[in-house]
Design a protein around this ligand. Structure first.
Ligand code: ZN
Length: 493
């Protein structure tokens, strides 16, 4: 089919441009000298405009219409390509170019403002930027359109078909059980008992061990790299160029779990079938499924006894002063200690989703106009007190901790909880495939897990929509009960 040939060429060009944009953004967060930030914001805005013009080219619409008409005769992958390109085209054509450029410029400018505001613990200096971002996110929702609520339009950007009602139902299913579990467990943990470190970590050794962990789970350093940034993230600059970042603090073990988390995202991208390269299918299908893969490696595997049975020796070798006199079982107990705190990325598995719930409720209230930006810190701190029993000490440790709102990513947070629920459900399916899963992990055969995930999930890229993929892998739609079972088994013990 001729139109398919031309569509593929256009898809390849757009994929290249998106990767160039991703490089500009990666560089902005990893390498950029501080005073270059305004220039970079202009460059990103200019590129956004150019890319957007290509995305809304009427010729692309004609090609998609022609291909859709003949889609009966197409192979699965080609049909998926047309479907995905149509979805992207519909999104892009709903947003005027002036809006896209303005939003890209605003969020690029907001990023260093947020970094500085967090550093100085000064919410007021970020508030005007945030107010603009909220207003533009609301306009974005109006441009995109929605059936029930403006927030639905933004959720759908990150997770196809996700609605406020469905997110509400997920939280409805876990909120009470988590609160009850927390009440039963949190009392056991003495305040500050997480991990007594005899000596601070040295950054060079942290970096070396984080690299080692990535290599161990199968990250291919010939097709990616790990660097430092203010907030750990993972991004793709091409089929053979996966970038993960980490951050290193002398008094924190966060780098271990960040490496596994971002590594989980990266394994997904590195596992996409090479045939899908330079198409919009050559990437993880949704943020929820993506997060299921990062959380699976970070928590279900990375905080398990069998995993550390294999890795603890190397940890002790890398950090003898810190862990030399600790038993492996004690280490695993400590990295699983349930102790609610103010920071989401450091949260234990029981309280984590309550952090997400707070953000979900607050960003929806901001978007609906029920909450003013000026009142956000107070609302944040109040919810932390009520839901987690945590007194937030400062805005830097509170409302300023996450990068997402500075990025303009409203509707993103709920996909974290979706990911946690999906991870438990997918792990259940893996355990049916490999009944000796504990022994597999204990002998360090992470290739077996990765192989299954590649076959079931990674390899497909975005060929199947997220709901359909989960159904294929697990035989069911997303359920909360596997996650609650997982927590119950782990923390009930
Ligand atoms: Zn993640």
């Amino acid at each position: 089919m001729e139109c398919m040939q031309e569509l593929r060429e256009r898809a390849a060009e757009l994929a290249d441009l998106h990767h160039v944009m991703a490089l500009l953004q990666w560089d902005q967060e990893v390498m950029l000298p501080r005073r270059a930030a305004p220039e970079r914001a202009e460059q990103i805005a200019t590129m956004s405009g150019i890319v957007h013009r290509k995305e809304v080219d009427p010729r692309l619409g004609e090609l998609l219409a022609a291909a859709t008409e003949q889609s009966e005769g197409l192979e699965v992958v080609e049909r998926a390509l047309v479907r995905k390109m149509q979805r992207d085209f519909d999104h892009s054509t709903k947003l005027p170019e002036s809006f896209v450029v303005e939003f890209a410029s605003l969020t690029s400018r907001a990023l260093p403002v947020w970094v500085e505001a967090r550093r100085r613990d000064d919410f007021a200096s970020f508030a005007p930027c945030l107010a603009q971002i909220v207003a533009m996110s609301r306009r974005q929702a109006d441009f995109l359109g929605y059936a029930a609520e403006p927030y639905d339009a933004l959720l759908d950007l990150y997770e196809e078909g996700l609605t406020t009602a469905r997110v509400g139902a997920c939280f409805g299913a876990i909120r009470e059980p988590l609160a009850a579990m927390l009440a039963g467990l949190a009392g056991d943990a003495a305040p500050g008992a997480a991990m007594p470190l005899a000596e601070p970590f040295r950054v060079e050794e942290q970096i070396r061990f984080a690299d080692r962990l990535l290599a161990m789970i199968g990250f291919d350093f010939n097709r990616g790299r790990q660097d430092r940034s203010a907030h750990p993230f993972s991004t793709g600059l091409g089929g053979n160029d996966q970038r993960v970042t980490n951050r290193y603090r002398a008094d924190s073990m966060e780098f271990i779990f960040s490496a596994l988390h971002e590594g989980g995202h990266a394994l997904y991208e590195q596992g996409v079938a090479p045939e899908l390269a330079r198409t919009p299918l050559a990437s993880g299908v949704s943020l929820g499924i993506h997060e299921s893969q990062s959380r699976l490696w970070e928590n279900i595997i990375g905080r398990s006894l069998p995993f550390w049975h294999h890795c603890f020796g190397e940890l002790v070798q890398a950090f003898p002063a810190q862990f030399g006199s600790m038993a492996m079982e004690e280490f695993v107990a400590r990295i699983n200690m349930v102790h609610p705190g103010p920071i989401r990325v450091e949260a234990d598995e029981v309280s984590y989703n309550l952090h997400v719930l707070i953000r979900f409720e607050l960003e929806k209230a901001l978007l609906d106009g029920d909450l003013a930006v000026a009142d956000l810190p107070a609302a944040w701190n109040q919810r932390y007190r009520e839901l987690l029993g945590v007194k937030v000490g400062s805005d830097a440790q509170g409302v300023l901790q996450d990068i997402h709102w500075a990025h303009g990513s409203f509707g993103y947070f709920p996909t974290y909880t979706l990911g946690n629920l999906a991870a438990a459900q997918i792990w259940r399916a893996y355990c049916r495939f490999d009944p000796d899963h504990d022994a597999t992990l204990a002998r360090g055969d992470f290739g077996k897990v990765r192989g299954w995930l590649t076959e079931q999930i990674y390899g497909h890229g975005s060929v199947y929509p997220p709901g359909e993929l989960l159904l294929r892998v697990t035989g069911e739609e997303l359920q909360a009960r596997y996650f609650l079972d997982y927590l119950g088994n782990k923390f009930g013990a």
